[in-house]
Design a protein around this ligand. Structure first.
Ligand SMILES: *Cc1c(COP(=O)(O)O)cnc(C)c1O
Length: 351
């Protein structure tokens, strides 16, 4: 009997992380942030890469400021980083959440006067403040920044968020001008405006702290970052069956591909339930030993069929890599670079 008999076999699909590329991306974004420090947006499980896999690498690279959206995410983050380095973007919606922030020792990002009052009533302490400079999402409206309660806060980071930093448009300069006014009106230890794309808008946008997310994980939201940001996430799937098709054989749901000649195809263990959505049907590619192999027909829930014509030695149990460089994958699939990362499902083994 084998020693591991009865143990759970390894998953047939995985998300390989290039940890060196992740560390290098943070270092590059920190350098591009000039005199400001780069933090890291680690919400949505580091955009799908997995907190346990990605955060220790970012710590080793030198990152010390972390942004999560939910309280559940804060609870996970403090397993890997000191609580006082963690900011919770959604802020305290209830007294229980304000109390939780104080007990855990993380900073809530206060987004409204009612959240400001709730935080002060809970006893206050170091907090962050989000100002809405034109996105109309979370944040205190400019008309309320002079409220007396705001003056009672111990603000670590006063921040705002750019709506269109990935475009060249007048909104960026308009938000910058409004945020400059905020820095004069709201006392805080640090000010922060730029996300990944905002870092590439130049020194005016950097202030004291930047908050990249997407570019850490291999996304390229602006052309200035091309060549400086490396791919981090590599989805890979096992070939679980190989078949020889006769000319005229139909492939997959709704028979959207018909073999024009005898051909060899492989079934790989990744489908739309894993985030490889049906928009990749007939469009995606995988690679194996330097060969590019097209996706044939419709992507199924758990499987995708690929053309093995160019890889005659590829067999059952071999692993193929999905073509998933984010800028190119976004252009091919029509999905945003953010969606491509955050879609990747729970069945992928992450390491
Ligand atoms: C998600 C988020 C970021 C990171 O944005 P990217 O575009 O991924 O770099 C920064 N700040 C806030 C407030 C966010 O919600």
């Amino acid at each position: 009997m084998k020693p591991e008999a009865g143990a759970l076999p390894p998953a047939a699909l995985r998300l390989r992380l290039d940890h060196a590329a992740l560390a290098a991306n943070w270092t590059a974004l920190d350098a591009l942030s000039g005199g400001a420090r780069a933090g890291a947006a680690i919400k949505a499980g580091c955009y799908g890469l997995g907190v346990a896999a990605a955060v220790p690498t970012l710590v080793a690279a030198g990152c010390r400021d972390w942004f999560v959206a939910h309280w559940q995410e804060a609870a996970e983050a403090v397993r890997f980083v000191p609580a006082e380095q963690v900011s919770v973007l959604h802020g305290p919606m209830t007294d229980a959440e304000a109390c939780y922030a104080r007990v855990l020792g993380v900073r809530p990002v206060l987004n409204s006067l009612s959240q400001v009052r709730r935080w002060l009533a809970a006893g206050g302490g170091p907090c962050d403040l989000m100002i809405d400079t034109g996105m109309s999402r979370l944040g205190l409206p400019l008309s309320e920044i002079g409220a007396p309660e705001v003056g009672q806060l111990a603000i670590e980071t006063c921040m705002s968020h750019l709506a269109s930093a990935d475009e060249d448009c007048a909104q960026n300069a308009a938000q910058l001008a409004r945020f400059r006014d905020v820095t004069r009106a709201v006392p805080a230890r640090r000010y922060s405006l730029a996300n990944s794309a905002g870092i590439a808008l130049g020194a005016d946008y950097h202030f004291d702290l930047t908050r990249p997310g997407l570019a850490l994980y291999g996304g390229v939201p602006r052309p200035e970052l091309a060549g400086r940001i490396a791919q981090v996430a590599y989805p890979e799937a096992a070939v679980i069956q190989v078949r020889e098709l006769e000319a005229g054989a139909c492939v997959g749901y709704n028979a959207t591909f018909t073999a024009p000649a005898p051909m060899r195809v492989g079934i790989i263990s990744m489908g739309y339930a894993d985030g490889y959505l049906r928009c990749w049907s007939g469009r995606g590619q995988v690679h194996w030993q330097g060969k590019r192999l097209p996706v044939l027909g419709r992507v199924s829930m758990d499987m995708t069929i690929i053309d093995l014509s160019a890889a005659e030695n590829c067999g059952e149990g071999d692993w193929v890599g999905l073509e998933y460089a984010l800028p190119e994958a976004s252009a091919t699939s029509g999905l945003s670079q953010y969606e491509l990362l955050t879609l990747l499902g729970r069945r992928l083994d992450r390491a």
